[in-house]
Design a protein around this ligand. Structure first.
Ligand code: AMP
Ligand code: GLY
Length: 422
C-alpha cells in the first residue's frame, strides 16, 4: 500500500512513523514533511492548503490512502475534493470540520445535543460584548469564532483582560475573519484532559487518553503555544470517567453530526474539563492533537493503517485499538523567543545519541537538512518522547534524552507531566 500524510509538523511525523511500521505499507509520502519524515519515506513539496496539488500528488503517486494532519486543509474541504476524485482519505468533510472551524457552530451543536459544556453567548459588536461581560461578571473566557492557530482563546480574570481580548479580536481584527464574532463563555474550573476517538461516522474507538501543556512557562504560565509537551495516560480520567466521556460526549457528537447531515469520519478530538467529577467538553478538534499524538501513538501496539482505512470507508465495526499498559511523556524542544520571534538555521547535534536511549523516540517539528546538517527551521523544533513502565520512569528517560540534544537557544519546560490540581 502507498500512504500519504499531509502536513509537516511533529504530529505528522508521529503519524508517518506509525504508518511506516505497518506490514501493509510499502511506501510513505509526506507533503511537505520535515527532516524526520524524510527518513521514513519520500517528502514532496507542497502546501497542505493547496488542495488541487494534494489531489494531483495522490493521483500521480498512486496513493491508496491519504491521512490529513492539520485542521486548515480539512476546513477548506480537502476530504471532499479527494472523495470527488474517488480517492480514499482519512479526515472529515468541510461541513463536518466545522466542529472545529466555527466555535459558534460547535457550541450550538453541543447544546442542541445535550453535551455538558460551558454556557455561552455570541457577539459581533464590541459594545454589546462589553455590556454582556459587565452584566455577567468576571471571570469569562472569550474566543474568536474561527480558526486562529490556538491563539484565539482568552481566559479573562480582569477587566484589562476583557478589554484586550475584545479589542484585539473585534476591533483590531488580529485574527481577520476568524474574529468576526466572539463567543463569551463561563469559566469552568477543573482539570483538563484530551481524548481522541477514531470514527467512521457510526462506530467510535478511543485512543489512549492524554494531557497537553499549552503554556510556555513552568507552572502553566506565560503565553499559549502550539504545545510544550504532553503525556499519556492522564490520571484525570479513570475508567468510569472515560466511559462517561464516551457516552455523554463522543457518541452524542458522532450521532449528532450524522443526524445533521454532516456524517463525521476521521479523528475527533475533545478538549475536556473535569469539574466536580463531571466531564465537560471545552472544544472539539477535527484531527489528532499536536503534541498529544507524539505521546499517544508510541503506546499503541495495534496496526493503525487498517483502522484508518476502515474509518475512511465506513467499516470500523469490530475493530479494536490495543495499547500497552505503560506511560509516555513528550517534551517539546523549542527555539528561544518562541512563540514570538526566533532564529532559524541553528545546527542541531546529539540526536543519534538521544535516539539510542531505552524507550526514546524523537519526532521532528521544525527541522531541516541543509548541506548534510540538521538545523532548526521552526518555533517548535523537536518532540522527545519516552515510554516507561511508570510515569516516573518515562519522565526520567525523557529528561535524560532532552539533555543529549543541543542547539543554540534550546528551550523546554521542566515540569511536563507533573501538574497538580488547580
Ligand atoms: P480551546 O481552544 O477552546 O480548548 O481553549 C484553549 C484553552 O483555554 C483550554 O485548553 C482551556 O485551558 C482554556 N479554556 C477554554 N474554554 C474554557 C472554559 N470555558 N473554562 C475554562 N477554561 C477554558
Ligand atoms: N494540543 C492541542 C491541539 O492539538 O489542539
Amino acid at each position: 500500500m502507498r500512504v500519504m500524510v499531509v502536513g509537516g509538523g511533529g504530529r505528522e511525523h508521529a503519524i508517518a512513523w506509525k504508518v511506516k511500521q505497518s506490514p501493509l505499507v510499502d511506501q510513505v509520502f509526506c507533503v511537505p514533511g520535515n527532516a524526520g519524515t524524510a527518513g521514513l519515506g519520500e517528502n514532496l513539496p507542497g502546501d497542505p492548503g493547496d488542495i488541487p496539488r494534494m489531489v494531483a500528488i495522490a493521483k500521480d503517486k498512486r496513493v491508496d490512502l491519504t491521512i490529513v494532519g492539520p485542521e486548515a486543509p480539512l476546513a477548506a474541504g480537502i476530504a471532499d475534493a479527494f472523495l470527488n476524485e474517488g480517492l480514499s482519505v482519512f479526515g472529515p468533510s468541510k461541513a463536518a470540520a466545522q466542529i472545529e472551524s466555527s466555535k459558534l457552530f460547535a457550541k450550538r451543536f453541543m447544546k442542541k445535543h445535550g453535551m455538558p459544556c460551558a454556557s455561552y453567548s455570541a457577539f459581533e459588536d464590541y459594545d454589546e460584548a462589553v455590556a454582556h461581560v459587565k452584566a455577567q461578571g468576571l471571570p469569562v473566557v472569550i474566543k474568536a469564532d474561527g480558526l486562529a492557530a490556538g491563539k484565539g482563546v482568552f481566559v479573562c480574570r480582569t477587566w484589562d483582560d476583557v478589554e484586550i481580548a475584545l479589542r484585539e479580536t473585534l476591533l483590531d481584527r488580529r485574527f481577520g475573519e476568524a474574529g468576526d464574532k466572539v463567543i463569551i463563555e463561563e469559566l469552568l474550573p477543573g482539570q483538563e484532559a484530551s481524548l481522541v476517538v477514531i470514527t467512521d461516522g457510526e462506530v467510535v474507538i478511543a485512543l489512549p487518553s492524554s494531557e497537553d501543556h499549552k503554556q510556555l512557562l513552568d507552572g502553566d504560565k506565560g503565553p499559549n503555544t502550539g504545545g510544550m509537551g504532553a503525556f499519556s495516560p492522564t490520571d484525570v480520567l479513570d475508567d468510569a470517567l472515560l466511559d462517561r466521556v464516551t457516552r455523554e460526549i463522543m457518541v452524542p457528537a458522532i450521532r449528532g453530526m450524522a443526524a445533521e447531515g454532516k456524517p463525521y469520519r476521521g479523528a475527533l478530538y475533545a478538549g475536556l474539563m473535569i469539574a466536580d467529577g463531571k466531564p465537560h467538553v471545552l472544544e472539539f478538534n477535527c484531527r489528532f492533537g499536536d503534541p498529544e499524538t507524539q505521546a499517544t501513538f508510541p503506546r499503541i501496539t495495534s496496526d493503525l493503517v487498517p483502522v484508518f482505512q476502515a474509518a475512511a470507508s465506513g467499516s470500523l465495526a469490530g475493530m479494536k485499538i490495543e495499547g500497552e499498559d505503560n506511560h509516555s511523556i513528550c517534551i517539546t524542544l523549542a527555539s528561544e523567543g518562541y512563540p514570538g520571534n526566533y532564529r532559524k538555521g541553528l545546527e542541531i547535534s546529539g540526536l543519534p545519541e538521544c535516539e539510542k536511549l531505552d524507550g526514546v523516540t524523537t519526532f521532528h517539528s521544525g527541522t531541516k537538512e541543509v548541506g548534510g546538517k540538521l538545523v532548526t527551521a521552526g518555533g517548535r523544533v523537536l518532540g522527545i518522547t519516552a515510554v516507561g513502565a511508570t510515569k516516573e520512569e518515562a519522565l526520567k528517560r525523557a529528561y535524560d534524552a532532552v539533555d543529549k540534544v543541543h542547539f543554540e537557544g534550546k528551550y523546554f519546560r521542566r515540569d511536563i507531566a507533573t501538574r497538580r490540581a488547580r
